[in-house]
Design a protein. Structure first.
Length: 77
């Protein structure tokens, strides 16, 4: 009877340890996934910012060109 109890206790302990390991692994995986998601979000934000900057620059250039054209046309007149 004592031996059986010991074996059962050992099995329970092993199960608990395995469960703990699984939980740790799951937590690590979740953390990694979160980090990856954060990195992706950051990259997307950076890309969006760059695109916005480029658009602004293009708009500014267009405005400058329009003004220059207006000035030239008025000058020739």
């Amino acid at each position: 009877m004592m031996m059986v109890m010991m074996v059962v206790m050992m099995m329970m302990m092993m199960m608990v340890v395995v469960m703990m390991m699984m939980m740790m692994m799951m937590m690590m995986m979740m953390m990694m996934m979160m980090m990856m998601m954060m990195m992706m979000m950051m990259m997307m934000m950076m890309m969006m910012m760059m695109m916005m900057m480029m658009m602004m620059m293009m708009m500014m250039m267009m405005m400058m060109m329009m003004i220059m054209m207006m000035v030239i046309i008025s000058h020739f007149r």
